[in-house]
Design a protein around this ligand. Structure first.
Ligand SMILES: *Cc1c(COP(=O)(O)O)cnc(C)c1O
Length: 457
C-alpha cells in the first residue's frame, strides 16, 4: 500500500467497531497464576470474591477459557459517544525526526476523563447497576480513573466514593472538581475515615500516600457498607478484558490498510492500556500466527518489570486484598512522588507478568526528564498535549524511530497514546523550570521492600 493512501487518521465505522471483548488468557498456554486468599493461601473462589466485586465481574475475572465475551448493547452505545478512537499516522512527527519509520498512535484521550480508563469504568458501572447495587468505591492516583468512574456512575445513577492519593489530591485540585461535577465524593488518602487509613497514618505520619494505601481504604469501605462493591481501574484481568477494545480497534484499523506493525509500545502502570492494546496482536503471537516486538515502558522511579520480583504479593499496602503473582516492588514500596501518577503502582497485571516472564514481551524503564522532553517534542508537532504517563510510550517510540534513522529500516511502530495532560501542567511547569528530578530507588531500598513479600509456596 502506497504511503500516500494512508490517511492521517484511520477511523472505523460504527458497524466495524468490536462487538465482543477479547480475553487474551484464553490463548495463553501458561495461564496467569490465580489470585490467592491471603488467609488460607488457596485460590480465591467466586464466593469469596463476591463481597468485594460485582458478580458478573467476578465471572470475568476468573474466566481464562472464553476467548470472546460479548459487549452488552448498553455499553456499546456508550462507547459510540467517544469511540472509535482514532488511529493516527504521525506523519508530522516522522518528518520532524527525519525517520524512515512509520509511526502510528492510538489516541484514547478523546473524552472528559482524558484517558482510556472510561472503557472499563463504563463496563464496571454497568454491571454494578445491573446487580442492583447502590454504589461503588475506588481509589485514584492521578485522578483519571476517578474521573472516568465518576462519569460512568453518573450515567447509570450510582453513588461513587473515590479515595484519591493525597499527593494528587493536593497537586490536582481540578481533577478533583471534575469528579465532584459528576457527583462523586472524593477523600484524600490515607484518611482518618477508615481503620486501615488510620493505621497507615500512624505508621507513616505525613505520608503523601500511594495507590496501595488508597486501595486498602476503598476496599474496606465497600465491604463494610451494604449495597456497595469495590471497583479497580487497572491490574485486574477484567480491566484488561474491557481495554481489549483498544487493541481490537487498532488491529481492525491497521487491517483495513493492510499494515503490519513491527513494534508495539505502551506505558505500563498496572498494565491495563498495554494489555488492551496488545491483546489481539499478542493473541496472534501466542497462536504462532504472527510476530511482533512488544515493549512495556515504565518509570525508572517505579520499575516493577525491570527491577521487580515475580512473586505473590499484596495489591495494597494494608495487606487486606487478595495476593496476586506478578512483577512487584513489594506492597510496602512507596515510590517517590513523580509526575506520572498513573504509573506509580508497585505491582503489575498477572497476565502481563506471566507473558513477560515467558519472554513474549520486553520492558524498558525511562527517566522522568527524558519523558517530558519527548512529551514536548510530540506536543509541538502532533497537536496533542500528552499525559505524562502516555509520554513514557512516546519516549520509546521516538527512540525506536531514531534507531531506524541510523539503520535506514522502515519499521512500523504503533504506540498507545493513553491520554491528555491538561491537568498535569504543574508537572510541565517543573520540567520547564528545571526543577524536575529523576528519583530512582536504590538497590537497598528495593531489597528492604522485597523483604516484606509474603512467603508463599
Ligand atoms: C492510568 C493511566 C495509565 C496507566 O495505567 P495502565 O493500567 O497501566 O494502563 C496510563 N496512561 C494514562 C493516561 C492513565 O490515566
Amino acid at each position: 500500500m502506497a504511503d500516500n493512501k494512508i490517511p492521517y487518521k484511520i477511523y472505523l465505522t460504527e458497524e466495524e467497531m468490536p462487538k465482543a471483548w477479547y480475553n487474551l488468557r484464553a490463548d495463553m498456554k501458561n495461564k496467569p497464576a490465580p489470585l490467592l486468599n491471603p488467609g488460607t493461601g488457596k485460590p480465591l473462589t467466586a464466593e469469596e470474591l463476591s463481597p468485594i466485586f460485582c458478580d458478573e465481574l467476578v465471572k470475568q475475572e476468573l474466566d481464562d477459557e472464553t476467548a470472546f465475551i460479548e459487549i452488552p448493547a448498553e455499553i456499546r452505545d456508550f462507547y459510540k459517544m467517544y469511540r472509535p478512537s482514532p488511529l493516527v499516522r504521525a506523519y508530522c512527527l516522522e518528518k520532524k525526526l527525519q525517520t524512515p519509520a512509520k509511526i502510528y498512535y492510538k489516541f484514547e484521550g478523546n473524552n472528559t476523563s482524558g484517558s482510556h480508563k472510561l472503557n472499563s469504568a463504563i463496563a464496571q458501572a454497568y454491571y454494578a447497576k445491573k446487580q442492583g447495587l447502590k454504589g461503588v468505591t475506588t481509589e485514584t492516583g492521578a485522578g483519571q480513573w476517578g474521573t472516568a468512574l465518576s462519569m460512568a456512575c453518573s450515567y447509570f445513577e450510582l453513588d461513587c466514593k473515590v479515595y484519591m492519593v493525597k499527593v494528587s489530591y493536593e497537586q490536582k485540585p481540578f481533577r478533583r472538581e471534575v469528579m465532584r461535577t459528576y457527583g462523586a465524593s472524593v477523600v484524600p488518602s490515607p484518611s482518618e475515615t477508615t481503620e486501615v487509613g488510620r493505621k497507615i497514618l500512624e505508621m507513616h505520619p505525613g505520608t503523601t500516600g500511594s495507590l496501595g494505601c488508597a486501595i486498602s481504604e476503598a476496599v474496606e469501605v465497600a465491604t463494610k457498607n451494604p449495597g456497595y462493591r469495590y471497583v479497580l481501574g487497572s491490574v485486574l484481568n477484567q480491566v484488561l478484558l474491557h481495554q481489549s477494545v483498544i487493541g481490537l480497534e487498532t488491529k481492525a484499523a491497521l487491517d483495513k490498510y493492510d499494515i503490519h506493525p513491527d513494534i508495539i509500545i505502551g506505558c505500563a502502570g498496572g498494565g491495563s492500556n498495554l494489555g488492551g492494546l496488545i491483546a489481539p496482536f499478542m493473541g496472534e503471537k501466542l497462536r504462532g500466527k504472527a510476530d511482533y516486538r512488544i515493549i512495556a515502558v515504565e518509570p525508572a522511579s517505579c520499575p516493577s518489570f525491570t527491577r521487580g520480583r515475580f512473586a505473590y504479593d499484596f495489591c495494597d499496602t494494608g495487606m487486606i486484598c487478595p495476593l496476586a503473582k506478578m512483577y512487584t516492588l513489594g506492597s510496602g514500596f512507596i515510590p517517590s512522588p513523580n509526575h506520572a501518577g498513573g504509573l506509580r503502582f508497585h505491582g503489575m497485571s498477572t497476565v502481563l507478568s506471566q507473558l513477560y516472564h515467558d519472554g513474549f514481551m520486553e520492558a524498558q524503564s525511562v527517566e522522568q526528564t527524558s519523558v517530558f522532553e519527548a512529551a514536548e517534542q510530540f506536543a509541538r508537532v502532533e497537536g496533542i498535549l500528552p499525559a505524562p504517563e502516555s509520554s513514557h510510550a512516546i519516549r520509546v517510540a521516538i527512540d525506536e524511530a531514531l534507531k531506524c534513522k541510523e539503520t535506514g529500516e522502515e519499521k512500523t511502530i504503533v504506540f498507545g497514546l493513553t491520554g491528555t495532560g491538561y491537568f498535569d501542567m504543574v508537572a510541565y511547569e517543573k520540567y520547564h523550570d528545571g526543577l524536575m528530578s529523576d528519583e530512582i530507588p536504590t538497590d537497598e531500598e528495593l531489597e528492604k521492600s522485597f523483604a516484606t513479600l509474603p512467603q508463599i509456596g
